[in-house]
Design a protein around this ligand. Sequence first.
Ligand code: NAD
Length: 477
Amino acid sequence: MKQKIINPSTDEVITELELAGKKEVESAISSARVAFDKGTWPAISLKERKNFLLKISQGILDKAGDLAKLESLNTGKPIKESTFMDIPSSAKTFEFFANNLEKYLGPDTLKLQDAHCQLLREPQGVVVLIVPWNYPLLIASWKLAAALACGNTVVLKPSSLTPLTALELAKIIQEADLPKGVVNIINGSGAGLGEALCSDKRVDMISFTGSNATGKQIIEYASKNVKKLIMELGGKSASLILKDADLELAVNGSLCSIFLNQGQMCTAMSRIFVKDDVYDKFINDFTEKVKRIKLGDSLGYETQMGPLISDEQRKRVLEYVEKAKHQGAKLLCGGKIPDDPRLKNGFFFEPTVFSEVSPEMGIFQEEIFGPVVCVNKFSTLDEVIALANMSDFALASSIWTRDDALAQDLAGKINAGIIWINTYGMFYNEVPYGGFKQSGFGKELGKDGFLEYTRLKNIIIDKTKDSKPLVNYWYGF
Ligand code: NAD
């Protein structure tokens, strides 16, 4: 079956692609299994593996300009973001794991009283990687680089809305000359292929990034044959702006924290809490700047906000906005499809700010995944901690204050896997990343994220003085 790939800035067809079906899933899993069980990849020297990954990293850099354009064309994210964030960061992740795999996989031993223990890090085996549409190449790279560096073979499924950069990555991997069957990329519908991919006995692990609803389904599929899982799911993150914050920084940082990538970020700070003493100044400066954000075609270098990924996503966002208005939240700006005739074909939505949002409202509790933010005031620290933690999700948080000790104290009390102090969105390959509660489990990046793609085997060798351990005497024979 053919599928149209749409440019969300114009609603025009970029290209048509063949969609994978069950037959292609079968062939991808079987090819990854054979490459793992009978191929060279898990056993080649770490140095060789490192060189393959460095070639992929260089391949991404060599095509960086084209990849950035393709990513923006397909996702609608402003070209400035793809050029300076998504593409170079993808290359850097391959480079990082290439340069660290020998260190992370090195032998580890424990000397025990009567034994020696060797701790071996082995690859998991065949790993299915399922990625969303908001950071298609970057999230694919986080997963692929770590999985390959550990010696796994993989089946990667990009979102069927945004498969284009993953297909370019397939060419880069081919040019890097990886052994046959190590990387298998299939473009297909998650709903159609998910069960076949995620319940198959030949698959050892699934690393998933996407919505909470899909994550739960995948956990069900995987339970049929018990697999290692990484689940990077949604968020409803809180930003705390304290009385002594650098307000200009807090305003500018807050713009990034909710409007980058049109708010389609799992770590979007969609709830901002501002200390009542500085609330009026904050909200005036913030909304004044929000109104100045330039919407436009994702390929325009002047564009600060592109379209949402699809008309369906825009309808969803609009529904949340209408419901919030109806429930009594105060709309301060945005909240509608822009009138500008230049934008009429794309899936644009105005950056939207609400205040006076009560915790029972959907826009306070649910992940909207769009450019919609609630800005509320608070008066005490206990109150803001309770409000920030009043969520089923626990992914990220930002704290804006000049008081380092207070920031540290709050960081300990906020329920989130990632806390940024006086900044937002800083991701480092060195730093493990992931949330708690309904935001999922497992880490990406860093040594911890890397080791997720390994299984730990221990080998215990008897070292009793006379080489007769207790088992020799137990039955007294
Ligand atoms: P989604 O769950 O709809 O889709 C994600 C991927 O899962 C896609 O490749 C899709 O084709 C596939 N899929 C869909 N149904 C499936 C099924 N039944 N079985 C197997 N695979 C299936 O999510 P999305 O709309 O692409 O992305 C947005 C979501 O991703 C948001 O909830 C966001 O918070 C989350 N996200 C989380 C992180 C994180 O690191 N925590 C990062 C980015 C995005």
